[in-house]
Design a protein around this ligand. Structure first.
Ligand code: AMP
Length: 115
């Protein structure tokens, strides 16, 4: 069996996290190294490894995950001024945790292009 990722350990409560939202499908918690005044990670409870996996995943699982991301952003009060959702994927995307996670970034004017 492959070793558990950091986010599986967070989901299991083995590593503490600063939760902002949870339902039967998703869990959201504050990033430990925030890149914006609001920086929250949203993960599905049913594991996918990366954004590259979602085309093979059950569409219902993908759907409830995406709806969860939108719901968390709304709950964080980011809808008025806007926000960014980022899925770092693979090496060039600088994905470091191989459990899919949406970064929600907001609370300041973000720049484009990203670094
Ligand atoms: P990524 O580079 O897209 O794989 O993002 C992984 C994110 O997890 C980074 O933004 C880290 O700051 C964040 N992170 C790492 N460890 C923790 C932790 N224990 N609690 C919350 N966020 C974490």
């Amino acid at each position: 069996m492959s070793e558990q990722t950091l986010f599986e350990k967070i989901l299991a409560g083995e590593i503490p996290s600063d939760a902002v939202y949870e339902d039967e499908h998703v869990y959201a918690f504050r990033d430990i190294n925030p890149q914006a005044p609001t920086h929250v990670l949203v993960i599905p409870k049913r594991k996918m490894q990366s954004f590259a996996d979602i085309r093979q995943a059950d569409a219902a699982d993908v759907g409830v995950f995406m709806q969860g991301v939108s719901r968390v952003a709304a709950q964080l009060g980011l809808e008025k001024d806007g926000y960014r959702v980022v899925f770092n994927t693979g090496t060039h995307g600088q994905q470091t945790v191989h459990y899919i996670h949406a970064h929600i970034l907001g609370g300041r004017q973000l720049q484009w292009p990203p670094g």
